[in-house]
Design a protein around this ligand. Structure first.
Ligand code: NAP
Length: 291
């Protein structure tokens, strides 16, 4: 069998970001509004600092206002809550992103829930999750929407297809399964209690792996010709690897995302798309037709 085609997340993210840049420029011309992304970083976690720096840079490059707040590690829950309330009421702020994880002692879930749904560009509040569960309009979490864009880039018809998601987290697996269901796929969600993982995944026309276990999925887990999306990211001495044993699965799948260069670049692209969508909602402008 021929090798799987590689889904080039870097290129797909670049194309999406170019469209967002053009759309932001058009939005600014027609409304005079500059979409603003407020990023909140608490403490000095080096990985979070890199993530936030990249998000801020991407927002600036897209023509948005970079409204950053770096808060001291000792700041209390109520001071962060007050800041979120101020940002929620500020018309210059289109989107609010609270970088996770927060330092110990802070309750991230209750702080996230202070972000109003129209400014929830990470799509992680309870209200946004509820809107997604109901199939109602709202902002959706960035990594799962990035996963959907990668699946769509293959041209596969999801309607009636068998999709398996490995992982059920609130950040990735859970919302990814709901987005697939929304597109009329027949969805199975596997998790750490699943008895016969291989038996379940090998039925999938589309397999999304977000388990956070390096190399969990090998060739025996794959239906020949399947679309395989690897969300996992793990730093090793030999560079980044995913949850999927890429070299093995390459010989069996029809399509596969690499790590790095697959899902990773899509997350920031989707954050920008969400920030523009949030600015549009706040200005009362309907979303354009999908392109
Ligand atoms: P998480 O919160 O740890 O959730 C992992 C999920 O996988 C859980 O539902 C867990 O099941 C399930 N699981 C764990 N071991 C399993 C096994 N052996 N078999 C089947 N299921 C198993 O992780 P997450 O936040 O969803 O992230 C998953 C991975 O994606 C991580 O590697 C993370 O670094 C990566 N990630 C990448 C991006 C990106 O932009 N590319 C963004 C976010 C996350 P239970 O529910 O039963 O515990």
């Amino acid at each position: 069998m021929a090798l799987a085609k590689i889904i080039d997340g870097t290129q797909i993210a670049r194309d999406l970001r170019a469209r967002v840049v053009a759309d932001v420029a058009a939005f600014r011309r027609s409304t005079g509004i500059v979409p603003g992304l407020a990023t909140l970083l608490v403490g000095e976690d080096p990985a979070s600092e890199v993530y936030v720096r990249n998000k801020r840079k991407a927002a600036t490059e897209a023509g948005m206002a970079d409204l950053h707040h770096h808060l001291d590690v000792g700041i209390g829950q109520s001071a962060i809550a007050e800041l979120i309330a101020e940002l929620a009421a500020d018309d210059a702020v289109s989107g609010i992103l609270l970088q996770l994880p927060l330092p110990k002692g802070l309750d991230s879930a209750s702080l996230i829930d202070l972000i109003p749904p129209v400014k929830d560009v990470d799509g992680l509040t309870t209200l946004s999750a509820g809107l997604l569960a109901r199939g109602a309009q709202g902002l959706r979490p960035c990594t799962p929407t990035g996963v959907m864009a990668l699946i769509d880039s293959t041209g596969i018809d999801l309607d009636g297809a068998t999709a398996v998601v490995v992982g059920r987290s609130e950040l990735v697996g859970g919302p990814a399964s709901r987005l697939l269901l929304e597109r009329n796929a027949t969805v199975t969600v596997a998790h750490s209690h699943t008895r016969d993982l291989e038996g379940v995944t090998s039925l999938a026309d589309v397999l999304v792996v977000a388990a956070g276990v390096p190399g969990l999925i090998g060739a025996n887990h794959i239906k020949p010709g399947a679309v395989v999306i690897d969300v996992g990211i793990h730093r090793t001495d030999h560079g980044l690897i995913g949850d999927v044993r890429f070299d093995e699965v390459l010989e069996r799948a029809g399509w596969i995302t690499p790590v790095p260069g697959g899902v990773g670049p899509m997350t920031i692209a989707m954050l920008l798309a969400n920030t523009l969508a949030a600015a549009r909602m706040q200005a009362g402008i309907p979303a354009p037709e999908a392109r």
